[in-house]
Design a protein around this ligand. Structure first.
Ligand SMILES: CC(C)(COP(=O)(O)OP(=O)(O)OC[C@H]1O[C@@H](n2cnc3c(N)ncnc32)[C@H](O)[C@@H]1OP(=O)(O)O)[C@@H](O)C(=O)NCCC(=O)NCCS
Length: 223
């Protein structure tokens, strides 16, 4: 088993957008937001967003570092999993959060769900003191269903730990129910949570309350 972690390049955007769609369209939030949109348009829009993130055109903080990483291997060039780790040198400021932008959503997206989701993120990010100083933020993580439970996500999450420990900085993630056990196993602990009630929205019938957990990993003392 040979695997490589590398920074994504703009040419990866199409494959990443397709993988992202396969991974996240299984989830009820994505489904509710994009139910009324042509799925080809959803993928195309995401491809552009990914490409901007890889080339870091969306950052409002020039000192921020976006590490959009992929893992390939096990005898194939296919992207098994990807992650976005962001170094936030000046702390978290939601006014500078690209996830606050609604420009990236195709027409006919369910914008009330997007607004509720953004409000939930502001709550879940809370005001943990560590968020106000330099830290690392895990902004996105996905493993292609074909490659789940092979340790790919674990490798991508751990990628930042050596640097975080060396610089004695905390790592944060806002986790869905699905990722929670993985992050907990890797040393993240809850400090807050918030919900989105999809039943309030058209297309969200029956999906109910979706919970997100604000989680933090303290830096480990280097021996
Ligand atoms: C959550 C997610 C990222 C996990 O990805 P993954 O690559 O399967 O994760 P790993 O293989 O590293 O670990 C997953 C589990 O497999 C187990 N595992 C790891 N290597 C394994 C192996 N070789 N054989 C069997 N099981 C293994 C781990 O112990 C882990 O168990 P745990 O979650 O109970 O702790 C993936 O399921 C996903 O993309 N889900 C949808 C999107 C999502 O929810 N993203 C995160 C939201 S914040």
């Amino acid at each position: 088993m040979h695997r490589t972690i590398a920074h994504c390049v703009p040419e990866d955007a199409k494959e990443l957008a397709l993988a992202h769609h396969t991974i996240f369209s299984r989830g009820p939030v994505y489904h509710t937001i994009y139910a009324g949109v042509d799925q080809a348009i959803v993928i195309k829009t995401y491809e552009k967003r990914v490409s901007n993130l890889i080339t870091e055109q969306t950052s409002l903080d020039p000192d921020r570092e976006v590490h959009f990483l992929k893992i390939v291997g096990d005898g194939s060039d296919e992207i098994m999993a990807y992650i976005i780790w962001i170094y936030m040198p000046h702390g978290y400021d939601h006014a500078k959060d690209p996830q606050e932008s609604t420009a990236d959503f195709p027409a006919d997206s369910n914008m009330p769900v997007v607004e509720d989701f953004k409000q939930m993120l502001r709550v879940v990010r809370g005001d943990d003191e560590g968020r106000k100083g330099p830290h690392f933020l895990l902004a996105l993580l996905g493993t292609h269903p074909k490659h789940e439970r092979k340790g790919a996500a674990t490798m991508l999450v751990k990628w930042i730990f050596e640097r975080a420990d060396k610089e004695q900085l905390p790592c944060y993630v806002d986790s869905s129910r699905t990722g929670h056990a993985l992050y907990e196993r890797l040393g993240f602990r809850d400090f807050g949570k918030a919900c989105v009630d999809l039943d309030k929205f058209e297309g969200g019938n029956g999906a109910g309350l979706q919970t997100w957990y604000a989680m933090k990993r303290e830096p480990q003392k280097e021996l």
